[in-house]
Design a protein around this ligand. Structure first.
Ligand code: HEM
Length: 160
């Protein structure tokens, strides 16, 4: 989670327009709350887009594996029992066929409409299936509460 927050700070320092938009959303919502909490951050859709785009560009876990338990053929590819299949999260997240201009930080990729155009497994920072990350919701909530507090008080700038 700290890795994600560090990369988010870096992305804001290098994309000041996006940082300004994020701070405006946080200030607008926080005008109605004493402190960031579950309800407050759930009213920050742009924050969610920024967090999800950070996790696309800089997934803290770059790969996860699955151990094949029976012989199977998927889309013409035979996977024998016992083989370990690696799912390369970072590579998928940087595939220009899935995310055009993949090295650019573009939160607008994460709107509901844009997500519906992609395969459900095109965004995998928390893995997928019955063994996906058990802490996903907790991690996102905790990070967003921390980020709301940080951006209420600070903005990031690149150093030399
Ligand atoms: C940004 C923060 C986090 C990221 C990017 C992350 C990512 C991941 C990934 C990629 C997996 C493997 C999923 C798979 O194989 O399909 C995983 C598994 C797991 N994560 Fe996280 N995680 C995060 C935070 C957390 C937190 C805060 C907790 C606990 C409070 C947690 C607990 C777990 C556990 C227990 C598993 C193993 C689940 C299983 O094998 O059934 N994670 N996580």
């Amino acid at each position: 989670m700290s890795t994600m927050m560090s990369f988010l700070a870096y992305s804001m320092a290098t994309n000041p327009d996006i940082q300004e938009k994020l701070c405006t959303e946080i200030d607008d919502v926080m005008a109605y709350y004493d402190e960031p909490n579950y309800e407050a951050v759930s009213k920050m859709p742009y924050m969610d887009m920024v967090v999800c785009e950070t996790l696309r560009m800089y997934p803290p876990v770059i790969r996860f594996d699955r151990h094949c338990t029976e012989n199977v053929t998927i889309a013409g590819i035979h996977i024998p029992k016992g083989m370990v299949v690696a799912i390369a999260i970072y590579t998928i997240h940087h595939n220009p066929d899935i995310y055009p201009d993949p090295e650019k930080f573009i939160p607008e990729r994460i709107t509901k409409e844009e997500k519906e155009k992609r395969h459900p497994y095109a965004w995998l920072p928390f893995g997928a299936g019955p063994r996906n990350c058990i802490g996903m919701r907790f991690a996102l909530l905790e990070a967003k509460i921390g980020l709301a507090r940080i951006f209420q008080n600070f903005t990031f700038e690149p150093c030399a």
